[in-house]
Design a protein around this ligand. Structure first.
Ligand code: 1GP
Length: 244
């Protein structure tokens, strides 16, 4: 299965909904419940990774794989989060920042290993968008996010990413961020690019998810919100049906 094609083709028909799993945040029992719920409710993809994680990702991927067939996309915060057990990797270039390690350095180190796996590689322009508070990803990546009111910079950055050949643009407010990427920024970026657009970070309610989709995100990613409110997953996964 070609996951990128699946993302491209399905965005013409419906929005996509993905769940981010940070291996540090789940006990096995909760994780199993979340996987089962995701399968039941039609979650499109699992993203696995985090800015800083201390548990190995392989057992999480195996658990997902043994409980249904939702594809697993690596969402690596570091080189330690690469596993051939996943279906694909979002090969993130942190194009909002100016840290060469996250633009090309880590990719050079990972390339020979990735070349040997059969995993699908999806080059992704990853853009951190600033909020009032600083996020883990900002600190760990040692980059400054694009200020949330600088829509023109976000558009220019996304355009440059697409011109460089990146296949997805991912607007990230940061996991657990107090707010999401502003709707106007999502809208403007969407209007200027032709590759699929992902938005994530700080989506905690059905209403917010709807506004992210309405603004133009093809895929929304939610993580934190389910850790304390597992029932929310069902409600959120159903939202995309309103956007057919
Ligand atoms: C994925 O980092 C996000 O883009 C997930 O953020 O944990 O705030 O949902 P939340």
């Amino acid at each position: 299965m070609n996951i990128y094609r699946q993302i491209q083709e399905s965005r013409e028909k419906q929005k996509l909904f993905s769940v981010l799993i940070d291996p540090d945040r789940y006990q096995q029992r909760d994780l199993l419940k979340m996987i089962d719920q995701s399968v039941e409710t039609g979650v499109d993809f699992f993203l696995v990774g985090g800015s800083l994680i201390s548990h190995p990702i392989e057992p999480v991927i195996s658990l997902i794989k043994s409980h249904g067939n939702i594809p697993v996309l690596l969402f690596p915060g570091s080189l330690l989060q690469i596993s051939p057990a996943a279906d694909a990797i979002l090969l993130l270039s942190l194009i909002s920042g100016r840290n060469p390690e996250f633009l090309i350095g880590n990719h050079v180190v990972a390339a020979p290993l990735l070349h040997r796996t059969r995993m699908e590689i999806i080059p992704t322009g990853y853009m951190l968008i600033g909020n009032q508070t600083s996020t883990s990803v900002e600190y760990i990546s040692n980059t400054r996010p694009i200020p949330s009111e600088k829509t023109d910079i976000a558009v220019a950055t996304a355009l440059a990413g697409e011109m460089l050949g990146l296949k997805l643009i991912y607007l990230e407010a940061g996991s657990g961020a107090p707010g999401t990427v502003p709707g106007e920024m999502i809208r403007q970026v969407k209007d200027h690019i032709s590759v699929p657009l992902i938005a994530g970070g700080g989506i905690r309610s059905v209403k917010t998810l709807e506004s992210v989709y309405r603004a133009g995100a093809d895929m929304a990613v939610v993580g934190n919100a389910f850790e304390n409110k597992p029932g929310l997953l069902k409600e959120m996964a159903a939202v995309k049906r309103d956007f057919l």
